[in-house]
Ligand binder design. Structure first.
Ligand SMILES: [Zn+2]
Length: 203
């Protein structure tokens, strides 16, 4: 029973690409974003994460049927103010979208922290985004509660991974600090949250 329900969320995940928009990107960008989305797709479908989501939905009393589809978008999305978006939830349709970081962001990140950390970061960023958007199905417009709970749940998730705990913890710091610093330190003109250099020592 558990397995069936776990798979039900997993089976609603799709990589979704807007072919019209894709034409505006160079071949390099397209290649990069396709790779990114398939990596995120695999990260989100990992059984240990699916199991965790199942547990979280049950705890929050959110029906798994409330989720109709999870689209892993190939191309990034920016708000009009230039800020990047990690995810969106259409609560009336039960449709969730998860967006990637930009190629530019990833290049800078890779230079600073290395490829492996980038992969861990990208996978966990998508996981946090999915946790966040799933919570919106219940706390529809209560952004404050969703943010606080997403943080708590991701923290629980990282603690459930003994082998990776130290790395996951630094990623936790990275993801949430990057968000906070992006909000506080950077006005609307900036497109990506800054990764503070002090995080280097955690890596
Ligand atoms: Zn939100």
């Amino acid at each position: 029973m558990l397995m069936l329900e776990t798979f039900s969320l997993s089976s609603k995940m799709r990589i979704s690409v807007d072919h019209e928009k894709l034409r505006n990107f160079s071949q390099n960008h397209v290649k990069f974003y396709l790779k990114y989305s398939s990596f995120v797709f695999r990260a989100l479908r990992k059984p240990f994460f699916q199991k965790f989501l199942h547990w979280m939905l049950e705890k929050e009393k959110i029906e798994e049927q409330a989720v109709r589809a999870v689209h892993i978008k190939v191309l990034p999305f920016r708000r009009k103010n230039g800020k990047g978006v990690a995810g969106k939830c259409d609560t009336s349709r039960g449709r969730i979208r998860i967006y990637p970081k930009t190629m530019k962001f990833c290049q800078v990140f890779k230079q600073k922290f290395g490829r492996n950390t980038l992969l861990v970061y990208a996978g966990n960023r998508a996981r946090v985004a999915l946790i966040h958007e799933l919570l919106h199905l219940k706390y529809i417009e209560d952004e404050k509660t969703v943010r606080a709970l997403a943080k708590d749940y991701f923290c629980i998730f990282t603690q459930k991974q003994p082998a990776q705990s130290s790395k996951a913890l630094c990623i936790y710091t990275m993801i949430f600090n990057a968000k906070v610093s992006g909000k506080k330190a950077l006005p609307s003109s900036s497109t990506e949250p800054s990764i503070r250099l002090k995080l280097m020592k955690h890596v």
